[in-house]
Design a protein around this ligand. Structure first.
Ligand SMILES: Cc1ncc(C[n+]2csc(CCOP(=O)(O)OP(=O)(O)O)c2C)c(N)n1
Length: 392
């Protein structure tokens, strides 16, 4: 469906507000809403939060939707079952369908792709697969009947509209990240920043464990120097957005226990994260700070957007991550926005006790021919687990 037609249906039904965490399938809708002054799109940090925002809007008399990738349906299960269901709040859920059975997609979407419709139904949602003909009337009757509905969107069913580049969004959302009294401008792209930090990580002894977040960061990291599968200290967390940081904490704690038992130096753990991913599970910063894990180093590549799904904005330009990390108990929290700052901050962090936090302010953008890891998930897991257990 052409996005302007879809937008008109929403408006005709009185839906002016939506909140969500993006999927590339919804890129036309988020762009459309961002550009239309009559519509308000609230970028949420997690899908459960988007459901709650939409529920609040509906409760106050404004029909609203929550938009999410089907992977995020898992994050939203509790607010759907214990907020929408018990109060019978007619929020409209727009759920993209990655991992559609029979169509090639990435491994992290396989299982959720198979169970999306059943899961939505199990959660008490009146569930439809979106199609051009039935949407307007189906949604109208659901809203009239006071029913929460889930609409499953297959790839490509929404199209057209203007393209907003990540750069435009960034400028609109401030284009700058402030830290203390300084204003930081980005110099490097994520790939350029990765190329700066890898030699510093690789020269540390014992060789640090490196865990990278979902999306383009892991794809770039793999492309840079792991095509021959030689980097056994790496773990690419291709799904489970936001879990790289707490997963890294578990690894760091295990390595600390190991070092105590064997009387050796604890291996450092470096988590390469994204601003969207950190925001999704920001509570983990408190857990990490509380443990005081001395071998934990958190690097957040902050481009102010969800670049991997099309550059939709995050609230990161408004968040003082360093202050948050410090308040959560990280021993050091700094920001770097140039090559020189990055090198000096990371060198210091890797020779200090953790937990440390480094916000790396980067420009959005990646190379157009970016590939995907050919390493199978379980093979990548075994490689990393063996490295941690045996050092090889
Ligand atoms: C629970 C969940 N919700 C949504 C997605 C879809 N998704 C994949 S990568 C990504 C963007 C991540 O943003 P950020 O961490 O800022 O990294 P960037 O893409 O900017 O490098 C999103 C929303 C997902 N994989 N999982």
């Amino acid at each position: 469906m052409q996005i302007e037609v879809f937008g008109d249906i929403l408006k005709d039904l009185g839906i002016r507000h939506g909140s969500g965490v993006p999927c590339s399938i919804f890129k036309p809708l988020v762009n459309y809403m961002t550009l239309d002054p009559d519509l308000a799109y609230i970028p949420a940090a997690s899908e459960g939060e988007a459901v709650a925002v939409a529920a609040g809007l509906v409760t106050a008399g404004r029909p609203a939707f929550a938009l999410m990738q089907n992977s995020g349906l898992g994050n939203a299960v509790n607010p759907i079952t214990s907020l929408l269901y018990i109060y019978r709040i007619p929020v409209t859920l727009l759920v993209s369908h990655r991992g559609e059975p029979g169509k090639p997609d990435e491994p992290q979407h396989e299982l959720m792709g198979r169970i999306t419709e059943q899961l939505a139904e199990l959660c008490g949602l009146e569930t439809h697969v979106f199609d051009d003909e039935g949407f307007a009337s189906g949604l109208a009757s659901a809203l009239n009947g006071g029913t929460a509905t889930a609409w499953i969107f297959r790839k490509g069913v929404l199209h057209g509209g203007s393209t907003i580049t990540a750069k435009t969004i960034r400028v609109e959302s401030g284009g700058r990240v402030t830290s203390g009294k300084r204003t930081l401008q980005a110099e490097l792209t994520r790939e350029q920043a990765l190329r700066e930090i890898l030699p510093l990580i690789d020269q540390a002894a014992p060789l640090p464990a490196v865990i990278s977040t979902t999306g383009k960061l892991s794809r770039e990291l793999y492309e840079i120097d792991d095509r021959d599968h030689s980097r056994c200290n790496r773990f690419y967390m291709v799904g489970s957005m936001g879990c790289a940081a707490p997963f890294g904490l578990g690894v760091a704690q295990a390595q600390t226990a190991e070092s105590r038992e064997r009387g050796v130096q604890a291996r450092r753990v470096v988590v390469l994260d994204g601003d969207g991913a950190v925001l999704m599970k920001m509570g983990a910063l408190g857990t990490i700070g509380m443990t005081g894990a001395k071998n934990y180093h958190h690097l957040v590549f902050d481009n102010g957007c969800h670049e991997s799904t099309g550059g939709q904005p995050t609230c990161s330009p408004f968040v003082d991550f360093q202050a948050v990390a410090s308040a959560c108990g990280y021993r050091r929290a700094d920001s770097a926005s140039s090559r020189a700052e990055l090198q000096s901050a990371l060198t210091e962090h890797l020779s200090s006790d953790g937990p440390t936090f480094l916000r790396i302010v980067i420009r959005a953008g990646s190379r157009p021919d970016l590939g995907r890891p050919s390493l199978k998930p379980r093979d990548g897991f075994d490689r990393f687990s063996n490295f941690l257990k045996k050092g090889t």
